[in-house]
Design a protein around this ligand. Structure first.
Ligand SMILES: [Zn+2]
Length: 242
């Protein structure tokens, strides 16, 4: 009787890896034959995603296949209100704590401690970003979401917007160059899918109360200003007849 051949653990692993690869390859092929899950999109699915390449990119970058980039100029009005608010309340314990929290996050990343989004915060720190800059961005996006709920519906979209706003404080680290015709263009390192989500979730969960209170505080100040304008424009005869 022939002696059964011994299979070494490493060759067994190689065989299993090959099988896994084939399985993934077949799963991708099967998935590619299906249509994107988005309404009115007839493109085929990308990799193992339930969306096509375009909608998958939006899903992992903005938290939804319908998401989009919110450029800083779109929330410049909110940023101005937040800047004025922070100047007034810089000594408030909640503001101080939030700034200190971001500062610790940045310095922990500098010290290579295992914090959420460590490589992103390391990059921000190396470019001179400070805790107050991060907080300003977060409050601006929060106020923007409050003012335009249809543009950032739900917590997930907000998480991604917060993360994108903070990591977008400085230009991304370049990783290479390529040419389009004769024009030299740089490619930049993208924030990883996991980091993008986790940074936003951590910010929202930690600063929820502060952000809600700050939005209420800003609205109260705006109401006060509005009321003053109304009072100042009241005609005297109307005041007397009432
Ligand atoms: Zn699609």
């Amino acid at each position: 009787m022939k002696k059964p051949q011994k299979i070494s653990p490493s060759s067994r692993m190689k065989t299993r890896k090959k099988e896994d690869r084939e399985t993934v390859y077949h799963r991708i092929s099967r998935n590619n034959a299906k249509q994107c899950d988005c309404k009115d999109c007839y493109r085929s699915r990308f990799a193992l995603s339930k969306y096509c390449r375009v909608h998958h990119y939006r899903y992992v970058t903005y938290g939804s296949p319908d998401g989009r980039r919110i450029p800083p100029n779109e929330y410049s009005h909110e940023e101005q209100l937040v800047t004025d608010f922070l100047k007034k309340h810089v000594d408030h314990p909640a503001i101080k704590s939030a700034v200190a929290w971001f500062t610790t996050w940045l310095t922990d990343a500098r010290d290579k401690k295992p914090v959420t989004g460590s490589s992103e915060f390391y990059w921000l720190y190396s470019k001179g970003v400070e805790g107050i800059d991060c907080l300003k961005r977060v409050l601006s996006i929060w106020l923007y979401a409050h003012n335009h709920p249809h543009r950032l519906p739900g917590d997930v979209r907000l998480d991604y917007a917060l993360s994108n706003a903070v990591t977008g404080l400085v230009s991304r680290p370049p990783v290479g160059t390529h040419y389009v015709g004769k024009e030299k263009r740089y490619t930049y390192r993208e924030v990883s899918i996991v980091d993008r989500r986790e940074i936003g979730v951590r910010i929202r969960r930690t600063l929820f109360n502060l952000c809600e209170n700050a939005v209420r505080g800003i609205e109260k100040e705006l109401d006060k200003e509005y009321q003053m304008t109304v009072n100042l424009s009241k005609p005297f005869d109307a005041e007397e007849t009432n």
